[in-house]
Design a protein around this ligand. Structure first.
Ligand code: BGC
Length: 557
């Protein structure tokens, strides 16, 4: 890692899904006090920064992604003073802090939306959002055929006859980014938090802010190979991916907004940075977000969406590094987050159906969790050895699987209701963390907590708790700790480049300078490790110089 490169080019950033990380006040929901109490854990894990999911004042229709006031902390999570303390304490632990900013939509309880409702059709107050009359003789049909990402139409009609757009839940009206007040307000919100010491922002739905002003109907389906893996085992899909002109995703004009945001970040000292949640059709389109005058980094969802297949993964890695490298941006690898099925449960399934971004993906078929976990260990070593930065989703370091059997009565994700109970939504990856002990709440809440955790934890999670794994060299937690320690110390890891080495089909082997090799065996037979190497770290046990299937190793040359 170069000592002079900005921190975000190689940072390992830990995602704190605040509701489910640690509950300080015993109400069953994670909070800022909980995060503060676990800073020593994060320090010992060896991460560089935390990204915290939205903590702003919110009616919680989408667990905080419906913001009513961007300058207030929701009382469920704490106070503004506590947020300031957290930023300060995290910095003392050497950990940077990146909140989430939600610019595509506000809550329907946001003062602007409430004012717009009261002001009525045709009023200037409604221009901050996307209100339109309906189609059809009495305007009873929505203005176009757009669909909500959570299911159902993307439009809701008000009693006064106007319709408003919401790409997510009806409680999340989309803002009109053509309006100068919207632009000015968000720049002011960024300054508000930058001046409180935050080190950057994760930008929610960064690819959705700008809509085609004509609001045309969606392009006809099926779209050509849209957003699937770059190279698929299905030969019919082996074609270069193409950008599809879409009326509300990834429109070119969105970059003007981020050029202005970059200027705001640059007003502040200390390498403040942005990471975009942008789902783009092609690596070139993704790279457009991270040009030198735009954002700093963007999540690499192609990596997350790739199946456990050497060809797919290598294609994703090569294309990402090429496209991002061409604009001088680092890659940021990610395996899991609060919106997707946890990767041990993805990798533990034989059949992989095509994953289309911006659409729900629920793997099917029997689960072999032991296999999925073995692959997850190998995937961690792959991810952390690649050039650039990486994201770790809370609980990934504990090897937590998706909780697939949550009772229907406890499901809270709006997707469950909006899909007419056909999609269970994302609660299965959001179950509160197990910290210690043999029964719920496993240290997530204090012992005398007034309420149970907001989602029930599996009874078996005692063995997965941070305390149970701590000091056990065979545990996922110790694998992550060791990998992060080596990564921090090794001059070959972090930013810079890689060189692929010859390897049998199904094996990924690459070299990084000076003196480092990573090998991942995705084939079904053991792989003989290169000569003149010594094992620095292995995801399993390396015997007789052989790397077993679904295992990975870091080597010193
Ligand atoms: C966030 C989701 C959220 C949605 C709407 C996403 O991309 O990651 O959790 O539901 O944006 O804000």
């Amino acid at each position: 890692m170069s000592g002079t490169a900005p921190w975000w080019r190689s940072a390992v950033i830990y995602q704190v899904y605040i509701r489910s990380f640690a509950d300080g006040n015993g109400d069953g929901v994670g909070d800022i006090a909980g995060i503060r109490s676990r800073l020593p854990y994060l320090k010992s894990l060896g991460i560089d920064a935390i990204w915290i999911n939205p903590w702003y004042k919110s009616p919680m229709a989408d667990h905080g992604y419906d913001v009513a006031d961007y300058r207030e902390i929701d009382p469920l999570f704490g106070t503004l003073a506590e947020a300031e303390q957290l930023i300060e304490e995290a910095h003392r632990h050497g950990i940077r802090v990146i909140p989430d900013i939600v610019p595509n939509h506000t809550s329907d309880r946001h003062a602007w939306f409430q004012t717009a409702l009261a002001a009525g059709p045709g009023s200037p107050e409604r221009e901050r959002y996307i209100f339109r009359p309906g189609r059809g003789p009495d305007g009873a049909e929505p203005p176009n055929d757009w669909v909500s990402c959570f299911g159902g139409p993307a439009w809701t009609r008000l009693p006064d006859g106007d319709w408003y757009l919401h790409l997510f839940a009806p409680e999340q009206p989309d803002l009109n980014w053509e309006h100068p007040e919207v632009r000015a307000e968000f720049e002011s919100v960024l300054r508000f938090w930058f001046s409180r010491g935050v080190d950057g922002f994760r930008i929610d739905v960064a690819h959705g802010l700008v809509k085609d002003p004509e609001l045309p109907d969606l392009p006809p389906r099926p779209e050509p190979a849209r957003l699937g893996p770059l190279v698929s085992r299905d030969p019919a899909r082996e074609q270069p991916r193409q950008h599809v002109d879409h009326p509300h995703w990834d429109r070119d004009e969105v970059h003007d907004i981020y050029r202005a945001w970059r200027k705001v970040a640059d007003e502040f000292p200390g390498d403040r940075s942005f990471v975009a949640e942008a789902w783009a059709d092609t690596p070139e389109r993704l790279a457009a977000y991270v040009r030198h005058d735009g954002l700093h980094t963007a999540f690499n969802f192609d990596f997350l969406m790739a199946s456990w297949n050497a060809k797919d993964l290598r294609a994703v890695i090569d294309d990402s590094l090429a496209m991002l490298g061409a604009v001088g941006a680092p890659a940021t690898w990610v395996l899991s987050n609060h919106d997707v099925v946890r990767h041990p449960s993805r990798y533990g399934r034989g059949a992989v159906k095509q994953w289309v971004a911006n659409e729900p993906y629920r793997p099917e078929g029997p689960l072999d969790l032991e296999l999925g976990t073995r692959r997850a260990r190998a995937a961690a070593l792959l991810m952390l050895a690649l050039p650039g930065g990486a994201y770790i989703y809370q609980g990934e370091e504990l090897g937590l699987p998706e909780v697939e059997d949550l009772p229907e009565a406890v499901l809270q994700d709006p997707i469950w209701e909006r899909s007419g109970h056909s999609d269970r939504g994302r609660d299965g990856c959001r179950v509160p963390l197990p910290w210690t002990g043999h029964s719920a709440p496993f240290g997530f809440s204090p012992e005398d907590a007034a309420a149970a955790p907001w989602l029930p934890q599996p009874a078996s999670w005692g063995k997965r708790s941070a305390a149970a794994q701590s000091g056990d060299e065979t545990s996922m937690l110790e694998l992550y700790r060791t990998a992060l320690r080596l990564r921090r110390a090794h001059p070959a890891l972090g930013d810079s480049s890689l060189t692929w080495l010859d390897a049998p089909t199904g094996v990924l082997t690459f070299r990084r300078e000076p003196g480092f090799i990573a090998a991942v065996n995705l084939a079904s037979t053991p792989y003989r490790l290169p000569d003149h190497t010594t094992v620095l770290l292995a995801s399993g046990t390396v015997e007789g110089g052989l790397l077993a299937p679904d295992e990975a190793v870091w080597l010193a040359v």
